[in-house]
Write a protein that binds this ligand. Structure first.
Ligand code: FAD
Length: 457
């Protein structure tokens, strides 16, 4: 008896219900990953995520080999490849975890139909890529929660399944062949300071963060220079960490830091259940549909300045440069750069979301698109007309200016608070910086969105 475990966004051996079920059901399993041509054609496999993914696959293969197995990798149409492997291995069933985007749901439906017509079975396991799956919690009047606070009250009451350890042995039948794994670092266009992918790295990072970081998370998470968040987002996106296991571990630790982290993990599930119920929110306004956004045609130079980190607003530019260099950006920086593009420059949020998705190693359809909508005032935010002032934000969340000086070398000699307002320096001093003038004057920029929405500033 053979079963296939199809790995998707769950590239780990710890706490992996599909793998556990496959091992329980069969004498041998085929651990399979398919590089899905459709994902690559859609542009979702950007260089940073491809590089990180290669690290995840290499690490997964190494861990399987330690247990007597190996990872089978194929490329092509996922459904066709799975069916081919099932035939080669003469497998009876396939186990995988649930996905929640329109793409994932459609793909799962196709796979089920193809397997069933060949007399094979597909088992889809939930609570693998999320702690609380979409559809578990629904308010009385709708199919999903649109407001986080009541969602979180219910989410916190859900009894999570226990987290499992890794299997001791993963026996693989000989007759199935896969592609060679690519050599690490072979991808062009990736960020120079990209973190490595893989479950081993994920577990090291959790241990390190639990030792020094987690207990202070509630007070340090908004401090840009302290860089004191967990940086687990890419691992959660690729599933090298189990969200269920993380919530259990944080709850066991207890205290305000761990509680605040659990709340952020609930945000992940919150956006998933919104996207699962409203798949079109990946590209269309979730709520407001009345904005006449500026676009590439009407705001091309402003958009380019934002992308390249030369808007003349130091904290915005620091953040945009960090994104390119590391493939990651601090949450506070994501909020203020998104507000700057969508509200201060009044540019279509989809343009910003696409740029983020190109660079972010944690780039995730639900988290990215819905956080963008939240900040653009088209999504689930309960204060959709709020505009973040980039100078005030800089002074508040980077009070010593260390974050700006780290990423904007032109300003590295300036003390705070001058570093947040270089245009206030005397003419010659300012000219010597070689740093651009603001792309838009603030009162104008801050009012543009409110005027466009027909509100008094
Ligand atoms: P921590 O602060 O340590 O939080 C722990 C985990 O909680 C994160 O790894 C993440 O999985 C989850 N989390 C935290 N904040 C949020 C949030 N607001 N929404 C959903 N989950 C959250 N996150 C992504 O994972 N992928 C994205 O593509 C993405 N795009 C974003 C775009 C914008 C405009 C904004 C404002 C936020 C976006 N976020 C995204 C959410 C958040 O900024 C990142 O998850 C976080 O900065 C990752 O760093 P960390 O792991 O150190 O987070």
């Amino acid at each position: 008896h053979v079963s296939v475990v199809l790995f998707t966004a769950d590239l780990r051996l710890y706490d992996h219900p599909p793998l556990r079920a496959a091992l329980d059901a069969a004498d041998a399993v085929v651990p399979l990953f398919v590089r899905d041509r459709a994902v690559e054609a859609a542009g979702f496999a950007a260089p940073n995520r491809r590089a990180f993914l290669d690290g995840c696959l290499a690490d997964l293969d190494a861990s399987l080999r330690e247990r007597g197995g190996r990872l089978v990798v194929r490329s092509g149409d996922l459904v066709e490849e799975v069916c081919r492997v099932v035939t080669e291995a003469d497998a009876d069933e396939v186990h995988m975890s649930d996905g929640h985007s329109a793409f994932a749901v459609h793909r799962e439906r196709r796979l089920r139909a193809a397997l069933e017509s060949a007399g094979r079975r597909l088992f889809v396991h939930d609570a693998v890529t999320v702690a609380v799956p979409p559809g578990t919690l629904t308010p009385a009047s709708s199919d999903h929660f649109a407001v986080f606070t009541p969602y979180y009250r219910h989410w916190a009451q859900v009894a999570l399944r226990p987290a499992g350890g890794p299997p001791r042995r993963v026996p693989v039948p000989d007759r199935v062949h896969g592609e060679a794994l690519p050599a690490p670092g072979a991808i062009t266009g990736a960020s120079p300071a990209l973190p490595p992918g893989g479950e081993s790295e994920a577990r090291r990072r959790v241990s390190a963060y639990w030792r020094r970081g987690l207990d202070a998370y509630d007070t340090t998470h908004d401090d840009l220079a302290a860089d004191a968040t967990s940086r687990l987002s890419a691992h959660l996106h690729f599933g090298t960490l189990s969200p269920v296991e993380l919530v259990h571990r944080a709850r066991r630790r207890g205290g305000p830091g761990a509680e605040a982290l659990v709340r952020q993990l609930a945000w992940r599930d919150f956006h998933r259940q919104v996207l699962a119920a409203r798949p079109e929110a990946a590209h269309a306004d979730y709520r407001t549909k009345r904005d006449r956004w500026r676009t590439e045609r009407t705001a091309g130079p402003d958009i380019e300045a934002w992308r390249e980190g030369r808007t003349g607003y130091p904290v915005v530019d620091a953040a945009m440069r960090q994104l390119r260099d590391e493939g990651w950006m601090h949450n506070r920086a994501r909020l203020l750069t998104a507000s700057f593009l969508a509200k201060t420059l009044y540019v279509d949020w989809r343009i910003g979301a696409a740029h983020f998705l190109h660079w972010l190693v944690d780039g995730d359809l639900a988290n990215n698109q819905l956080n963008w909508q939240w900040m653009a005032g088209t999504g689930t935010d309960t204060r959709p007309n709020r505009v973040l002032n980039p100078v005030t934000q800089g002074k508040k969340y980077d009070p010593r200016g260390a974050y700006v000086r780290r990423w904007v070398p032109e300003l590295s000699a300036l003390p705070a608070p001058a570093v947040h307002e270089p245009w206030k320096l005397p003419g010659p001093e300012r000219a010597a910086l070689g740093y651009p003038d603001p792309v838009v004057a603030l009162p104008d920029g801050l009012d543009r969105f409110r005027r466009a929405r027909g509100r008094q500033p």
